[in-house]
Design a protein around this ligand. Structure first.
Ligand code: MG
Ligand code: MG
Length: 265
């Protein structure tokens, strides 16, 4: 069942989404070679709790006997696609890291992600990051009343594959609201005109996961981390988006992050 949201609910969701945006900006300021991912996680947890939010990933139930997720952030480095568990291993020059964060506030979830370069990164990785972000924005542009979920999926896949990148199939975007994963699923591949119709008040977390090489992935035996099957790097961007007046409105924001990135460059 797809739960459409009214304006009041969407405003609460914007608050949750922006709390994630500000958390990611806080992390953006710290990302450099030598930094410990687990320390970034502590920083994020403190910030969220100090601002009246609840870290939504911490304690998230794992499937098939996997432990509950132990952290506030998913930090997925290089070949890790998503669901990476923050560790004590320092970041290295040239790494790329996807930082995904979920927050619950006022009963509603925010869930979004950004991929950062650590120090100087190879041009091919810069390209991967740019194309993944462009794919997300092209997908979002299709989220208009009367279109279908497949229109979003198609736009994302088309752009990523045009650049020769692999589009992950096993993990998808999702509806967002009073639970973190609602219907409908939002695959990052698909056909125009397929899937549920997009309506006023729909709120989605759209999240392309794009690989430098093969589209195939596997899971590490920590029960969480998804890595590429060929060990090549992967990028991940996620925004929370609502349909308002028939058009997509991004509730989350990369402005805080990109302000920081411009300053630290
Ligand atoms: Mg996420
Ligand atoms: Mg998500």
């Amino acid at each position: 069942m797809i739960y459409l949201k009214n304006r009041e609910e969407i405003e609460l969701m914007r608050e949750s989404a922006l709390m994630v945006s500000r958390t990611l900006a806080l992390i953006a300021r710290e990302i450099k070679p030598g930094v410990i991912p687990l320390e970034l996680d502590k920083l994020a947890e403190t910030y969220i709790r100090d601002n009246g939010g609840i870290p939504a990933f911490k304690g998230f139930k794992g499937g098939r006997g996997a432990p509950d997720f132990p952290a506030t952030l998913c930090i997925s480095i290089n070949e890790a696609v998503v669901h990476g568990i923050p560790t004590k291993t320092p970041l290295k020059e040239g790494d790329i890291i996807s930082v995904d964060c979920g927050v619950k506030k006022n009963g509603f979830y925010g869930d979004h992600a950004y991929t950062f370069g650590v120090g100087e990164i190879k041009p091919e990785l810069q390209k991967l990051i740019e194309v993944t972000k462009e794919s997300l924005l092209l997908g979002i542009a299709q989220m208009v009343s009367g279109n279908r979920i497949g229109d979003i999926s198609f736009a994302i896949q088309q752009h990523a594959e045009k650049h020769g990148f692999g589009v992950v199939r096993e993990l998808v975007g999702h509806g967002l609201g009073r639970t973190m994963h609602e219907e409908p699923e939002v695959p990052n591949y698909g056909k125009r005109g397929d899937g549920p119709k997009i309506k006023e008040g729909l709120v989605l977390a759209i999240e392309p996961m794009i690989n430098l090489g093969t589209k195939n992935v596997k899971q590490l035996n920590d029960g969480w981390t998804i890595i590429t099957a060929d060990g090549k790097p992967s990028a991940h961007f996620e925004h929370d988006v609502a349909v308002i007046d028939g058009k997509p409105e991004i509730l989350s924001s990369y402005a805080f992050i990109e302000e920081v990135l411009a300053l630290v460059k």
